[in-house]
Design a protein around this ligand. Structure first.
Ligand code: AMP
Length: 444
């Protein structure tokens, strides 16, 4: 199968040739003809499957072949994404695909001045990539109209709900023309996503390219158990031992990101961090430098790193396990892409046993465990398995240390002493009903 046989026009085929895309990925093979035929789509596809081209190529073709010229402050196709980084990334992909077409494209998101965006929208744009909050701001300030909108794409829909954008999505939905094509992409399908799909889609074609909630099997995953306070030391030990060249590291909190980056930099290790408190330009620069291999270690929170496409990333380290088990799949999805093999190592302390158990249940596997010599945990991480059980059976306790009267918490749930708040994005907010009126959790 080729892109030509899927019905794509020559200007798009030329762009794909320039980009070196030879064969459509499974999601592209299914999505492209369906979108060209005008169908609504509900697609279960993770980043790394080529989903962006799956919706963007046929969308651009429809924009080029059909419909009137865009008028002032109008937009003909809208791609909604959860984060600024993703907006930039998707827009960059769209820009490359549209290289040989007479179409205008643009991306808007919060955290940067709105005025240049308003100026840019004056002439109208054919395809706009946007985060929900900024899009609504622009709409409310009359910088945007939706009367010409023919296609809406919800990319990473589950993440948009996780981030508390359900109210914004509801308001956007009300402002859109009823007659339109809608494409919904989501890595996971919770009840909230199905409700959203029920409201927004019209007789959608369902596409599922990888088994639901199963992590890429090209990624070798394992756990190293360790005491919480020794995680930084263990990370540095593993980094040196494994001679790691490029690592994406996930930490739970913004403070955690900053602390690890500071520690690494203090040792002369080339590291940088991204999280929601950092200005957009700083985040983008760190990411660009990491992609260009100018930064060896990028430490990130989930909100900053979701959906990012980094080619050939060999290794992901979960310095902390994610609070929401599905984020584990997204995190490790940064590696092992397009058939390449990758590694995902999780440093797990006793506090995190329930998070580990949730991940194993979701991915239907028991993650192999290792202990690193000299880093064996004093607080044993209880056994877990894919059935969701935390196996309470205490192992024979180690001899207590003689010094200092330290607590013995062997095999027991140990409450976290970490007072710093997790990134809001990773709060388990997906139980909120779709389009509820609850407060927004955060802007991306
Ligand atoms: P995505 O899942 O959309 O984030 O895409 C993941 C990566 O795969 C991106 O770097 C794309 O440029 C690349 N890609 C998408 N489709 C193809 C294809 N058919 N052949 C080669 N690379 C592709």
């Amino acid at each position: 199968m080729t892109f030509a046989t899927l019905g794509l026009i020559e200007p798009l085929l030329r762009s794909l040739e320039t980009l070196g895309y030879q064969t459509p990925t499974p999601v592209q093979a299914q999505a492209i003809p369906a979108v060209l035929a005008g169908r609504d789509l509900m697609a279960a596809a993770q980043t790394g499957t080529g989903k962006t081209a799956g919706f963007a190529l046929p969308l651009l073709q429809l924009l080029a072949m059909e419909g009137p010229k865009v008028t002032a402050n109008s937009v003909r196709a809208l791609i909604l994404v959860p984060t600024r980084e993703l907006a930039e990334q998707v827009h960059e992909a769209v820009r490359q695909y549209a290289e040989n077409l007479p179409l205008s494209t643009y991306a808007v998101y919060g955290g940067v001045s709105i005025n240049p965006q308003m100026m840019k929208l004056r002439k109208g744009v054919d395809l706009l990539v946007a985060t929900p909050g900024r899009l609504l701001d622009l709409f409310r300030q009359n910088a945007l109209k939706f009367n010409q909108l023919q296609t809406l794409v919800l990319d990473e829909a589950d993440r948009m709900l996780d981030l508390g954008f359900s109210e914004e999505l509801g308001n956007i939905y009300k402002a859109l023309p009823k007659k339109r094509q809608t494409l919904l992409f989501s890595a996971t399908f919770s009840d909230a996503i199905r409700t959203l799909a029920g409201q927004m889609l019209n007789d959608p074609l369902s596409i599922e390219v990888s088994p639901r909630n199963v992590a890429a099997n090209t990624v070798k995953q394992w756990v190293v158990t360790v005491d919480k306070k020794r995680k930084p030391e263990l990370f540095i030990h593993l980094l040196r031992k494994g001679k790691w060249k490029q690592v994406l590291v996930f930490a739970k909190t913004r403070n955690g990101v900053d602390a690890l980056v500071e520690k690494l930099q203090g040792l002369g290790i080339n590291a940088d961090g991204i999280h929601g408190d950092k200005p957009q330009a700083t985040r983008q620069r760190a990411l660009d430098r990491f992609k260009a291999s100018e930064v060896q270690i990028l430490v990130a929170t989930d909100v900053a790193a979701r959906g990012l496409d980094i080619e050939d990333l060999p290794l992901v380290v979960n310095f902390d396990l994610p609070i929401v088990a599905e984020d584990y799949i997204h995190r490790i999805g940064r590696t092992g892409r397009a058939g390449a093999t990758g590694q995902a190592i999780s440093l797990v302390c006793a506090d995190e046993v329930n998070l580990l158990s949730a991940i194993e249940t979701l991915t239907r596997q028991t993650l192999p465990r290792q202990m690193e010599h000299d880093f064996e945990p004093e607080h044993r991480v209880p056994d877990t398995d894919a059935s969701g059980q935390v196996i309470k059976k205490p192992k024979k306790p180690k001899k207590p240390k003689t010094s200092g009267g330290g607590k013995r918490n062997l095999g027991k749930w140990v409450e976290s002493g970490d007072a710093s708040a997790p990134e809001p994005s990773i709060k388990p907010v997906r139980k909120v009903p779709v389009f509820n009126t609850g407060p927004r959790k955060r802007k991306p």
